[in-house]
Write a protein that binds this ligand. Sequence first.
Ligand code: PEP
Ligand code: MG
Length: 572
Amino acid sequence: MYKGTSASAGIGIGTAVIVEEAELVIKRETVADAAAEVERFKGALDQTMKDTEALAADLATRVGEKEAEILQGHLMLLMDPMLTGEIENTISGEGICSEYAIEQVCSMYASVFAAMEDELMQQRATDMNDIKTRMQQVLMGVKSVDIASLPAGSILVAKDLTPSMTAGINPANVAGIVTELGGKTSHSAILARALEIPAVVAVNDFLNQVKNGDQVVLDGAEGVVYVNPDAAVAADYAAKREKFLNEKKELEQYIGKPTITKDGVTVELVANIGKPEDVEKVLQYDGEGVGLFRTEFLFMDRNAMPTEDEQYEAYKTVAEALKGKPVIIRTLDIGGDKEIPYMGLQKDENPFLGYRAIRFCLDRKDDVYRPQLRALLRASAYGNIKIMIPLVTCIDEYREAKALIEEIKAELDEKGIAYNKDIQVGIMVETAAASLIADIFAKEADFFSIGTNDLTQYTMSVDRGNDKISYLYSTFNPAVLRSIKRIIACGREEGIMVGMCGEAASDPMMIPLLLAFGLNEFSMSASAILYSRKLITNYSVEELQAVADKAMSFATTKEVENYMREFVAALK
Ligand code: PEP
Ligand code: MG
């Protein structure tokens, strides 16, 4: 058995097909006519761009816009005048062939990216190498491997899959993917998940353990791979595969069904998203709306703030796609673990207790908060947008944000710009302070959404990213549970909607408790929606009261967790 990193869930069983790009031999050849060589390079560049555009268009229709973005990124690189200018200068300055100039310049950039700490930047190294090889292949007349026509039941084995190789995959024929390199968030892992092909990446030295035609079995969720397994292992995984596929199929029956408990309590099952493209999955998995749009993702991975108009377009796209279903958009939540270099934020001594989210936005009204709120208000004319304010600790922050929204509304009125005059403005309840005065907030805020990721961190005084103290980080801790229960009660007392958008909302052990406490809305990653609907429709809120009372009677996290684990297991 070989261990790697799980990249895409599912069991893959099939025959190994080793995919290797033909090794290109790039020599430093001098050229007599450098100007003509620059033209030759430009021709190859042009062709590579055309090929990439075609691949991106194909991917957009077959898989999705979001996945095609990876190749759009390649196009951006190919269009970057810095990069192409440097290649041209190398050709003319050194009088050398295009292939070598490309090798030199692209490899230099790739190694710079590879040395960076940030995983996203490291991914750029793969992108850079990918476009390098494709330009060289065009120049040398070498055809790229054609993955599109692999036989059915293939397990694709490669050192690393470049995004352009992965893009050509036909999921009907590829039963699984195993690579030596890559990580959970590498482009090939993202594509494998989008195509729903089981995949394990980062399996050390795997190419030396496998040859074409070997039988390969892999478990994408566990990150394990077997080569020519014995009959018992093969049978075991065949059964696992059957079970996985049946469960997935079975969940489809919940598409289009209401989310209602056995005793008639209806709740909303909505999705967390980070980019407008994520809406595709929300619709696919029948989300009843968006419970959290983390807008900071619109600000990340770029060199300058998105303009008001860019934001407006993004919010409008989501609102329109959801056709009147609720779309809760959270205003910018940066700082803490989410850094945005161009914002000019100093590193705080204690980032999680520092200058972030609403604190930052209220301090940067003119250049940051106003444009975002204006964009949100303008977009609210196109759907059911609600505004949500993160990390509030005191009512003054809510009032100040609300006042700013009223000011902007008046400006829009004056200019005759349309917006939803009754737009709801709610808060994330995710700090200990907000929880303790939830009764006060409930009288002014239009809705609550409990952010358990932070609420747990701030209640337990435990950094949510620190492994050494992660044993303290549990939503099942009695202190956190009491906090959640009370927030819901305070909201319901004032008749406002109370939702939850932290990870706990989709935790099968937590769902019965949340139903018993009276939570109205559960927001989670789109892929968790159907399973959660299945769980919720099998419960009766009334019957769960005794379960919740028992869970609340324990003094320790362990006791609560054990009790809930047994309760959930007994239902299976
Ligand atoms: C939370 O804190 O629970 C939450 C949903 O927000 P984030 O994870 O973005 O901080
Ligand atoms: Mg949070």
